[in-house]
Ligand binder design. Structure first.
Ligand code: BG6
Length: 507
């Protein structure tokens, strides 16, 4: 692809890689993700002067909107951001186009192909296209086939497909989907997106581990006693019951976002900073991961579902009372699992993963707890041992904290835990970009480093296969326990750890 540097707004361009002229075609343009994440991320890239002037965003969905209606819809949803940058929005909106398309209808996809040629000429995008499938996962396979049939993804150098999660519903459907998608396009054209990999602090794990000498020597079973990975949300299912009822926390968060965080935390150092070298290591560690008890998988997993909560002034619905949810639903809104990694580095170190909706805080963190000292010399550490901990804060207040013991001031020899903090905001003075900003830019740049490869996705599904089989065949063995909205999940999840004499960190 030929880069363009002719955008007059490029004055003050950051030291970033340059996105080539191209069209970004978003299927599912009338959906939630488009106005909540994609258009704001693209506008942010525009404000950062990172979009080429030869560019077009073509929204596609079944609704019979026109270009102007699409522009208006997007504008109304983005009013806060636009009010600070009204002139920039006017320029940005020149990039926006809309074409009504049903991906299942050949004729309509053909018509889209003709419209794309016209827009390509008008915007001088050199025939380069990135297709973003933000549609229901049921349409990923047929969507790719339709694009292939219309000849829109024939040139691997000029076309790419970005596919949202969840990629498949289990191991066998993910394999099947991979086969279909790979029969339509080359793996180098396929960008499976997991927006957690776009988060600054998830990428920072790589830098922390591999750009410092002090962490890597202790990043293993000799020094680390356990690792906890948490992603908690305060919101409930909101208006997504249609999708969530058949997804649940395992498919919505655990198999992808949490497992990707696990992969980045546990992978071996790659030989070089190269997309395939990194993805090889991630795939390898995921292939070595297994549930802590594969014979009796219910012993290493707890599912929960939020019940009512809040107070008289702001009561909160239980999951079963939410709009569109089956009143007898057993879908889990919380899941915790214990995983081991069968390799030299991690043998015997438990990884505890948990995620849930309607928990007390919105939070993402990875907590590495180090082993206890071999001999307790000081009384305070005998009574109340506080092991060293490294806490990587994914969100909010992105950064890291290291907890260690120091001597309490005074005449005795008592120790006390203190912490050293690093905060992105304080150190760099600017908030990090949303994950979608980074990932949209990378997909348009053709950089696959932060996208999940076919073997990674399959390994992540394989890991949870025993749980999925239980949920489908003998659900009574893995019941969904109730938890009150606004609490840290069902008490059974605490027992998952307390059996090992470990406790969830209460952030
Ligand atoms: C999405 C899930 O992938 O991630 C949502 O489908 C969830 O259910 C969201 O709310 C959480 O993302 P973040 O970035 O807010 O932690």
């Amino acid at each position: 692809m030929q880069p363009s540097l002719s955008n007059p707004l490029r004055i003050g361009l950051r030291q970033e890689r340059v996105i080539s002229p191209q069209s970004l075609i978003i299927f599912g343009a009338s959906g939630d993700l488009t106005h909540r994440k994609l258009i704001p991320a693209l506008f942010e890239l525009f404000l950062q002067r990172r979009l080429p002037s030869e560019f077009a965003i073509i929204g596609c969905a079944r609704r019979p909107w026109t270009d102007d209606v699409f522009k208006e819809k997007m504008k109304s949803k983005l009013s806060d951001k636009i009010s600070d940058n009204p002139k920039e929005w006017e320029i940005f909106s020149n990039y926006l186009f809309y074409e009504p398309v049903d991906l299942q209808e050949r004729k309509q996809v053909k018509k889209l192909a003709s419209r794309l040629s016209l827009i390509d000429k008008k915007q001088a995008t050199h025939g380069n296209k990135t297709f973003y499938l933000s549609v229901s996962p049921n349409y990923y396979a047929s969507g790719c086939k339709a694009l292939k049939e219309a000849g829109l993804i024939d040139d691997p150098k000029k076309s790419r497909i970005v596919i949202e999660k969840p990629f498949g519903r289990d191991y066998s459907s993910a394999r099947k989907l991979n086969k279909i998608v790979q029969s339509c396009a080359d793996e180098s054209q396929i960008f499976r997106i997991d927006h957690y990999l776009g988060k600054e602090t998830v990428q920072n794990i790589l830098v922390l581990r591999f750009a410092n000498t002090i962490f890597e020597p202790i990043w293993n079973r000799n020094y680390i006693s356990n690792i906890q990975i948490t992603s908690s949300e305060t919101v409930g299912v909101e208006d997504r019951a249609g999708y969530y009822e058949s997804s649940g926390a395992l498919r919505d968060m655990l198999q992808n976002h949490l497992t990707q965080m696990l992969a980045v935390t546990a992978m071996e150092p790659p030989g070089k900073f190269d997309p395939e070298a990194i993805r090889n290591e991630k795939a390898k560690v995921l292939q070595a991961a297994k549930l802590a008890d594969e014979i009796n998988p219910w012993q290493c997993c707890v599912r929960g579902q939020y019940g009512k909560g809040g107070d008289i002034t702001s009561p909160l619905n239980g999951y079963r009372d939410e709009n569109g949810v089956n009143p007898n639903s057993t879908t889990e809104t919380y899941i915790a699992a214990k995983v081991f990694i069968d390799n030299w580095r991690w043998q015997g170190v438990p990884f505890y993963l948990r995620t849930g909706k309607r928990l007390p805080k919105r939070l993402g963190e990875i907590v590495l707890t180090f082993k206890d000292v071999p001999v307790h010399l000081f009384e305070s550490t005998i009574i109340n041992p506080a092991p060293n901990q490294l806490i990587l804060r994914i969100q909010p207040n992105e950064g890291a904290t290291f907890k260690f013991e120091v001597k309490s001031p005074g005449s005795g020899m008592r120790s006390r835990p203190v912490q050293m903090d690093f905060s992105y905001d304080e150190s760099f003075g600017e908030p990090s970009d949303e994950g979608y900003v980074r990932l949209l830019a990378d997909s348009m740049l053709g950089d696959p480093t932060l996208f999940t490869r076919n073997d990674e996705v399959e390994a992540a599904w394989k890991l949870y296969t025993p749980l999925i089989e239980l949920m489908e065949n003998t659900p009574w063995k893995l019941p969904t326990y109730k938890y009150e909205s606004g609490t840290w999940g069902p008490p059974e999840a605490d027992q998952l750890l307390s059996r090992d004499n470990i406790f969830w960190r209460r952030p």
